[in-house]
Design a protein around this ligand. Structure first.
Ligand code: HEM
Length: 410
């Protein structure tokens, strides 16, 4: 019998995603989901199996690696629907998120050293400084949108400084990034603008190197003397900015909301601020804005959790479902900032396997500093609309859960 197709556009997924996913998870470890106009996708619902699938080399990001495949991947369909030059489409296909195996590992090696514990911890004083400046300006004004006036300027400045985008250009980069996720703007213009800007900047760093990541990428060779091509440098910088900007900016208000709605947990952290780094993991589990991993494709016919998955089938994991799986997290809907988690059984908000979030440490650090400055060092932050007025916009079903606005007073 054909699997029933579950629509993630069903209002239950919008109104109560945690509850809807729990029902799906208890029904089956693998559900068939569908989007209008798109192919059906297998959705893995349980934590352990998601972790296994995201680490399984039989599932690949690049549909071109599936022997004898025909047609376009979900990402290629999306790109083809936009009015973009072949060059820009190529940048999007050559970024590390779209690669598998050795080529993915090779690309990741070029940037991994910037994300070690030591290198990320070294950014702490500068992130503190940027955050403190933004909080002071916000507090002087009294009220506003936490996303627009604190979270996005913070995450934009941090990732731009990390890669080497000049301060003077950051407002323009922010505009492009905001347009990119806006339903009201023709965002192909923003994508073109961003890539054109990166191309020029990278060419400039080639002739006039600075002490930054872009210059290092232009100069660097890996162990085999292999260099990144121009397109690979451009797509690497674009993917870092894109992956870092909205995700962390929307995590911050989401974590603020979680703590305000759990005053006992907030009180605990105010009494013991040293517990905050651990608490960030629990908040990431509950409040991550990225509910689903990117689609993978089966390279062969195979059995997965007792279900036959055909070669070329698209498959993904519900990270949100994994993070609320009671098999891993007892009383998953309870926020417990002191929750003890066994090694290897932490949350899946950053995914798992070779594509696990490269910026996880940076996201945790930014989250920690933001919560410290907004809620621990002050006790005045209030959301100035009722909870039911806080709305999410999902550009694609199961895409990032982004607040439309987050009005607060400080
Ligand atoms: C709250 C913030 C963040 C969340 C929840 C998040 C989540 C994720 C997830 C779930 C993935 C894996 C997707 C998949 O397997 O399909 C991922 C990948 C990635 N993330 Fe993050 N991320 C965050 C912040 C950041 C930051 C600050 C950076 C900094 C550069 C970053 C860079 C990346 C990159 C480069 C990848 C692709 C890695 C690869 O394909 O090898 N992320 N992220």
């Amino acid at each position: 019998m054909a699997e029933p197709i579950v629509s993630l556009l069903d209002p239950e997924f919008e109104d109560d995603p945690v509850g809807a996913l729990a029902r799906l998870r208890e029904r089956a470890p693998l559900a068939r989901i569908g989007f209008p106009g798109g192919p059906p996708v297998w959705l893995i619902t349980r934590g352990e199996e998601i972790r296994a699938a995201l680490s399984d080399p039989r599932f690949v990001m690049d549909l071109g690696k599936v022997p004898g495949h025909q047609g376009m991947s979900i990402a290629e369909e999306l790109l083809a629907s936009l009015d973009l030059s072949e060059e820009i489409v190529d940048y999007s296909k050559s970024n590390l998120q779209a690669q598998d195996g050795e080529n993915h590992a090779r690309l990741r090696r070029f940037v991994a050293s910037a994300f070690t514990v030591r290198r990320i911890e070294a950014l702490r004083p500068r992130i503190e400084e940027i955050s403190a400046r933004l909080v002071d300006a916000f507090a002087r004004k009294g009220s506003g949108d936490l996303l627009v006036e604190y979270a996005t300027p913070l995450t934009c400045a941090v990732i731009c400084e990390l890669v080497g985008i000049d301060e003077a250009d950051q407002p323009q980069v922010r505009t492009w990034m905001d347009e990119y996720t806006s339903a009201d703007v023709d965002f192909t213009t923003s994508i073109r603008g961003m890539f054109e800007y990166l191309r020029t900047l990278i060419a400039r760093r080639r002739t006039e190197p600075a002490d930054d990541m872009i210059s290092a990428l232009v100069q660097a060779s890996d162990e085999d003397g292999d260099r990144l091509s121009e397109a690979e440098v451009i797509s690497m910088v674009a993917v870092l900015v894109n992956a870092a900007y909205h995700s962390t900016a929307h995590f911050i208000p989401s974590a603020v909301l979680t703590l305000l709605d759990n005053p006992d947990q907030l009180a605990l952290l105010r009494a013991r601020p040293e517990a905050l780094p651990h608490a960030v993991h629990e908040l990431m589990r509950i409040a991550s804005p990225i509910p689903t991993a990117g689609p993978r494709y089966a390279t062969e016919d195979l059995e997965f959790v007792g279900v036959t998955v055909r070669k070329g089938d698209a498959l993904t994991g519900s990270l949100m479902s994994a993070n609320y799986d009671p098999r891993v997290f007892p009383e998953p809907e309870r926020c417990d900032v002191e929750r003890a988690v066994r090694r290897g059984e932490g949350h899946l908000a950053f995914g798992a396997g070779p594509h696990r979030c490269l910026g996880a440490r940076l996201a945790n650090l930014e989250g920690e500093i933001a919560l410290d400055h907004l809620l621990l060092r002050r006790d005045s932050l209030e959301i100035t609309v009722s909870r039911d007025k806080l709305r999410y916009r999902e550009l694609i079903p199961a895409g990032a859960r982004m607040f439309t606005a987050f009005p607060v007073s400080l």
